[in-house]
Design a protein around this ligand. Structure first.
Ligand code: SF4
Length: 392
């Protein structure tokens, strides 16, 4: 059955709300594009390399600190290629400063969030790819508020560069100082903003000074299951990790929890995931938010195990983030353990995701809940709005 859900790259609803396209930024362009852009400003082409080295190599976002450029060049380049895209509105941290969340205001007033998580062996940033989301998952606050607009390539990259700079400044004694992993699991459905997300990925993996030089394998792109976009991603010659937010192994329930399932059913979306695994050699991460008495029954664990047995897949069970007043609740630990046991007994690798950042509404799924609450309340969606976003 076809739905009215937005597919790949829906036209931004900017005009209606007076929103405008984000200004062009260095990170929107590849190196050749940057050379052409500085030449158009009357600057020598090597300036593109200089500025790229500052931004991607030294993680300097402030043009005033690019002191090897003359003041006049700096001013021209700052105006044309280094506009302020993200303004921090609120910064929160927990876990001794190793988990940090930043709420950003974009140039047009839209708001998104990103979260940094520092571990002993890696530093991961979770970025937003859209302001809001059009996928309408009922347990997700972001989904209830709807899609505002797609983020530009540079708006995505700049979230990463900001946090890479924070990692260099130091997150804690046992945390590496280099940001190593990026997960597209913040606000939005990344594959619904396909071209900009893929351009952002290319900036992240290109060696400095063209990009940040991250490993392709350390980048995870999540999706609720936009099958044509998954197929397209499989052909990109990139070894990214695909995270499929399944949340239910049967169409009856998944039609409700993940409305895009009305368009692409479980069997079809899993087949596209296996095609992705076959073409890239990458194990697919199957995301499953455990919701009490909704999708946590033993028979669903067994069905999930049967669907995934002998496939290149790993199950990531996500305890639903608790939010006050919500009727959607995390499964009890005993139920979670039994679900995990049953999936594993089918021979499928499975783990339970840690819930870092809960205190600051930064755990997966909570990004929009706190900030969008007044808006949701106005729309009579208080209970839904307090559920938090459980997808990631
Ligand atoms: S769970 Fe993910 S895809 Fe679904 S509405 Fe929320 S942000 Fe969008």
């Amino acid at each position: 059955m076809s739905t009215a859900l937005p597919l790949v790259d829906p036209a931004p609803p900017a005009s209606k709300r007076g929103r405008t396209t984000p200004p062009r930024h260095l990170a929107d362009l590849d190196l050749a594009g940057r050379r052409a852009a500085v030449a158009a400003l009357g600057e020598p082409e090597f300036r593109a390399g200089q500025v790229s080295h500052h931004y991607f190599g030294r993680l300097v976002r402030d043009p005033a600190r690019m002191t090897d450029l003359s003041p006049a060049s700096r001013e021209r380049i700052a105006a044309e290629l280094l506009p302020t895209l993200l303004t921090p509105v609120k910064e929160l941290s927990c876990d001794g400063g190793t988990t940090r969340k930043t709420l950003w205001r974009l140039h047009d007033g839209a708001r998104v969030e990103s979260v940094l998580m520092g571990y002993r062996d890696r530093v991961t940033v979770c970025v937003s790819s859209q302001a809001g989301c059009g996928m309408g998952c009922p347990f997700c606050a972001t989904g209830q508020a709807g899609l505002t607009r797609n983020l530009s390539t540079a708006e995505i990259v700049d979230q990463v560069v900001w946090f890479a700079g924070q990692a260099v400044d130091g997150l804690g004694p046992d945390v590496p100082s280099r940001l190593s992993h990026v997960v597209f699991m913040g606000m939005g459905e990344p594959l619904a903003n396909y071209n900009r997300v893929l351009d952002a990925v290319r900036r992240l993996v290109a060696p400095a000074p063209e990009g940040l030089g991250l490993s392709q394998r350390h980048i995870t792109v999540s999706t609720v299951g936009l099958v044509p976009a998954i197929e397209r991603l499989a052909g990109e010659d990139l070894a990214l990790t695909l995270a499929l937010s399944l949340h239910a192994p049967d169409d009856d329930l998944r039609d409700e929890l993940v409305p895009v399932n009305q368009r692409w059913k479980v069997a079809e979306v899993l087949q596209s995931a296996w095609n992705y695994a076959a073409r890239t050699g990458r194990r697919v991460s199957i995301e499953y938010a455990l919701i009490r008495d909704v999708n946590d029954q033993p028979w669903r664990a067994d069905l999930l195990g049967r669907l995934l047995a002998n496939k290149l897949a790993h199950v990531n069970l996500i305890p639903l983030n608790p939010t006050p007043g919500s009727r959607w609740d995390a499964s009890p630990k005993s139920v979670e353990r039994e679900f995990l046991r049953r999936v594993r007994s089918a021979g499928v690798p499975a783990t339970v995701r840690d819930t870092r950042g809960r205190e600051i509404d930064g755990a997966c799924g909570q990004l929009a809940a706190s900030e969008n609450r007044p808006q949701l309340e106005n729309r009579g969606l208080t209970r839904l709005g307090e559920r938090g976003k459980a997808e990631q």
